[in-house]
Write a protein that binds this ligand. Structure first.
Ligand code: CUA
Length: 345
C-alpha cells in the first residue's frame, strides 16, 4: 500500500514534464521537437511505464505477503510452494514477455531513427574540437563551404543530415529536443538525420567525456523558418566588411586582430587571416554566445575571454593574452579587439 502511495505521489512529477519545464531544464528530452526525438521519448515512456507497473505490482504483493504472513506465535507454518512448476514457468515467462515487447519497439525505433538521407536533406558537417563545435555547410554544389562555430542554424520542416566527425578525441552531439546523442568518432563519419518542426533556439551539449572542459562544450541549435535560414546562410557566405573609418576603435581592433596574435589561429574571410586552430570568426558578432555557449556574447565577457581564456575554460587552446603574461595585450588593445569582433556581423 505504501509503495502504491509513493507511486501515486510520483505521478504529478511525471505530469509536470512538458514545455513549462523548459525554463528550468532547457536540455530536456520531455519536449521533443522532431519525429526522431518523439520516437525516442515514446520508447522511453513505454519502458518507464512497464517498469513502473512491474515495480508497483511487485511491491504491492511483497507488502501484502509481509503483512499476511507476519510472525504470530499461534499461526501455523504457511504452505510451502518450493518446486511449484506453474509458478516457476509463470514468473519466467512474464518478464521475458515484457522484455520481448520492449525489444520489438526498440528495434523498430533503431531503424526509424537511422533512415537513409532524404534527397532534400540539408547536409552539415559537424567537427568536434576541444572544446567547441565547428559546423560546415557545403554550398554551390560542394565547391564552397560556409564555416561557423558553436551555433548550428537549420531550417524547419526540412530534413537535416549531420555528418559527425572529430579530428581529436571522441565527442557526442546532443541537442535533446532534436533527438538522442550520437558520437563523433575518430576516422569515421557518423550520421544523424532529423527534421526540426518548430523554430526556436535549442540547447545542446557534448555528451561524451572529452577532457578538461567537456562540461563547457555547449552549443545552440537555431531552427529558422526556411526564409530566415536562407537569409542567415546568405549573410554567412559574405566576407567580413572592410572597416571604412580608419580612425575608429574598430579599425584599431582590425589591425590588432588581422595582423597580430589572433591571425595564427583564426580565419576571418575577407582578411589575410587563415589560421584553422580556432573558430572561424567571420561573422562572430552575430553569435549569441561565446566560448562554446558558456557565456553571452557581450563586450564584458568577450574582454574577459581575450584577457584569459583558460580561466573561463580550463585547458583552452586559446592562451591568456592579457594581464600578467609576457607581451600581454593592454586593456585598451583588448577593448579595440572587442570592438572589431563585435562589428563582424
Ligand atoms: Cu566534447 Cu565532451
Amino acid at each position: 500500500m505504501r509503495a502504491l502511495a509513493a507511486g501515486l505521489l510520483l505521478l504529478p512529477v511525471l505530469a509536470a514534464c512538458g514545455d513549462d519545464h523548459l525554463t528550468r531544464y532547457p536540455q530536456t528530452t520531455y519536449a521533443p521537437k522532431t519525429e526522431m526525438a518523439q520516437i525516442q521519448i515514446d520508447l522511453f515512456n513505454l519502458t518507464l511505464y512497464l517498469g513502473a507497473a512491474v515495480g508497483l505490482i511487485t511491491f504491492a504483493l511483497l507488502g501484502y505477503i509481509m503483512w499476511k504472513f507476519r510472525y504470530r506465535p499461534e499461526a501455523p507454518e504457511p504452505q510451502q510452494i518450493h518446486g511449484n512448476t506453474t509458478l516457476e514457468v509463470a514468473w519466467t515467462l512474464f518478464p521475458a514477455l515484457i522484455v520481448a515487447v520492449i525489444a520489438v519497439f526498440t528495434v523498430e525505433a533503431i531503424f526509424a531513427t537511422q533512415p537513409e538521407p532524404p534527397a532534400n536533406a540539408l547536409t552539415v558537417r559537424v567537427i568536434g574540437k576541444q572544446w567547441w563545435w565547428e559546423f560546415q555547410y557545403p554550398v554551390n554544389g560542394g565547391r564552397d563551404t560556409i564555416i561557423t562555430a558553436n551555433e548550428i542554424h537549420v531550417p524547419v520542416n526540412q530534413p537535416v543530415q549531420l555528418l559527425l566527425e572529430t579530428d581529436n578525441v571522441l565527442h557526442s552531439f546532443w541537442v535533446p529536443q532534436m533527438g538522442g546523442k550520437r558520437d563523433l568518432i575518430t576516422n569515421r563519419v557518423n550520421r544523424l538525420i532529423f527534421t526540426p518542426t518548430e523554430p526556436g533556439v535549442y540547447l545542446g551539449q557534448c555528451a561524451e567525456f572529452c577532457g578538461d572542459s567537456h562540461a563547457l562544450m555547449k552549443m545552440r541549435l537555431i531552427a529558422h523558418t526556411p526564409e530566415g535560414f536562407q537569409a542567415w546562410l546568405a549573410n554567412e557566405a559574405q566576407p567580413a566588411l572592410p572597416v571604412t573609418d580608419t580612425t575608429s576603435a574598430v579599425a584599431a581592433g582590425q589591425k590588432l586582430v588581422t595582423q597580430g596574435v589572433c591571425a595564427g589561429c583564426h580565419v576571418i574571410k575577407g582578411t589575410p587571416m587563415v589560421g584553422r586552430t580556432g573558430p572561424d570568426l567571420t561573422h562572430f558578432g552575430r553569435r549569441r554566445t561565446l566560448a562554446a555557449g558558456i557565456v553571452d556574447n557581450n563586450a564584458e565577457n568577450l574582454a574577459s575571454w581575450i584577457r584569459n581564456a583558460p580561466a573561463m575554460k580550463p585547458g583552452s587552446k586559446m592562451p591568456q593574452l592579457g594581464g600578467d603574461v609576457p607581451n600581454a595585450l593592454s586593456e585598451d588593445q583588448i577593448q579595440y579587439i572587442v570592438a572589431y569582433l563585435q562589428s563582424l556581423q
